[in-house]
Design a protein around this ligand. Structure first.
Ligand code: 7TS
Length: 409
């Protein structure tokens, strides 16, 4: 392997074990849906449950204090990972979807009025569309959409034109498209949004674990992502928000832990981030997320980015050589997503048949139906990369695709 490649597959139990005796280990190419877990994360959660598990932020006994320290420790780690100004800007959520719903309902719900505008892009995942539609319906705000070209690159001239209405309050855009892999120029888009008096909400679900992310360098006012796509467990995610914005936002959900005092006449709330964290949280999952952050830092996000970029180029070359295959998403700035269609073969059939060869990809609309509509396809097959993937995985994919084409002849 060339120096830009990592050699870490052995740290992932599910990728190194034969699924059944005599079978080769799984070729996993669906990291955009969810990432596999390194041993470091599995062990941290197991150890936490065995030795330190208790409730957080309410117990007076030592076990609860120990659990609280681990739980709050993750907040510090995430703040450092993102370059946030303070750990008070880090809100625990259930995932990217939950974080985007939180911003839309709380920030959007309190700041938008009839006639205001929200700008989204044509590349968004449904999680960064539907919450805005819900709040637009409630407030009378309107949604405007930045189109993309045939490669999947956003039209920044159209974006500039949309911003001139003087009515735009929120721009909500993905860092990286899950269906196409396009990396959007967030810094530039943030500067333009700010100059127009709007805030920018970044859906970081596909950005966070594939490249170094510094929320202040990006100019993001909010940045949402899920733990499970960054090698941590499901059930937890992060919403970063600039503190001065969080401070003026009303609670999203009510319940325990988010209050200062409750009476039937009047209830007062905690400051951020706790104002947005009602109820017993996903405790061990937050600890697992902390271990995932440690793991990412130990491998190095710059190394992961270089590895996945080299693999993306390798895979693009391989797939481009297959007759009848069309890549969907060919932006020059692209992360490790290879979306494609094959002439005469439905993407679901590709997915099912590759699975028989032990290759896991995703087929469908990828919760990005407007992207499918833009490219005039009902669905695509999508191979997406993680730091554990190798050239051999992509060789297996290309061989699998050629085999399927042979069967359909
Ligand atoms: N935003 C983007 C860009 C995503 O790719 C996803 C999940 C989400 C938001 C939602 O994340 P969740 O963890 O809250 O569900 N994307 C995908 C995918 O591409 N295949 O499965 C899930």
């Amino acid at each position: 392997m060339t120096p830009s490649y990592l050699d870490i597959k052995s740290q992932f139990p599910v990728l190194t074990k034969a699924p059944a005796p005599g079978q080769p280990p799984l070729v996993y190419l669906d990291t955009a849906a969810t990432a596999q877990k390194p041993k470091a994360v599995l062990d941290a959660m197991d150890q936490f449950y065995r030795e330190s598990y208790g409730t957080v932020r309410r117990g007076v006994y030592r076990l609860s204090e120990k659990a609280t320290a681990a739980y709050e420790g993750t907040r510090k780690k995430v703040a450092a990972l993102l370059g946030a100004a303070s750990e008070k800007e880090i809100i625990y959520t259930r995932g990217a979807t939950d974080g985007l719903n939180l911003v839309a309902a709380s920030y959007g719900g309190s700041q938008l009025k009839a006639g205001d505008e929200i700008i989204l892009s044509q590349l968004e995942h449904h999680a960064n569309i539907v919450p805005w539609q819900l709040v637009a319906e409630k407030t009378g705000a309107a949604i405007r959409v930045i189109p993309c070209d045939d490669r999947g690159v956003l039209d920044l001239e159209a974006y500039r034109a949309l911003l001139t209405s003087g009515k735009v309050k929120i721009v909500a855009v993905g860092h990286v498209s899950n269906a196409l892999g396009t990396i959007n120029p967030i810094r530039e888009m943030a500067d333009l949004a700010h100059a127009a008096g709007a805030v920018i909400v970044v859906d970081g679900a596909q950005g966070i674990s594939h490249m170094p992310v510094d929320v202040r360098a990006l100019g993001a006012d909010f940045y949402a992502f899920s733990s499970h796509k960054m090698f941590g467990p499901t059930g937890v995610g992060i919403l970063y928000g600039r503190y001065e914005l969080l401070e003026k936002m009303p609670p999203y959900q009510g319940g325990g832990d988010m209050i200062r005092q409750v009476t039937f006449e009047k209830t007062t709330y905690q400051n951020p981030p706790h104002r947005f964290e009602a109820g017993t949280p996903s405790i061990a999952e937050v600890v697992g997320l902390g271990a995932a952050v440690d793991w990412l830092q130990s491998v190095g996000l710059d190394k992961i980015q270089a590895h996945e970029h080299a693999l993306l180029q390798y895979g693009t070359r391989l797939l481009s050589q297959i007759p009848g295959l069309t890549l969907i998403g060919t932006a020059p700035e692209k992360a490790g997503v290879l979306g494609f269609v094959l002439e005469g073969i439905h993407p679901h059939d590709i997915g099912t048949m590759l699975d028989m060869d032990g290759i896991a990809i995703r087929a469908g609309h990828h919760c990005a139906q407007p992207v499918m509509a833009r490219f005039n396809v009902p669905a695509t097959a999508r191979a997406s990369l993680g730091p554990y993937n190798t050239e051999a995985d992509l060789d297996a994919l290309a061989a699998g695709i050629r085999k399927i084409q042979g069967m359909f002849k």
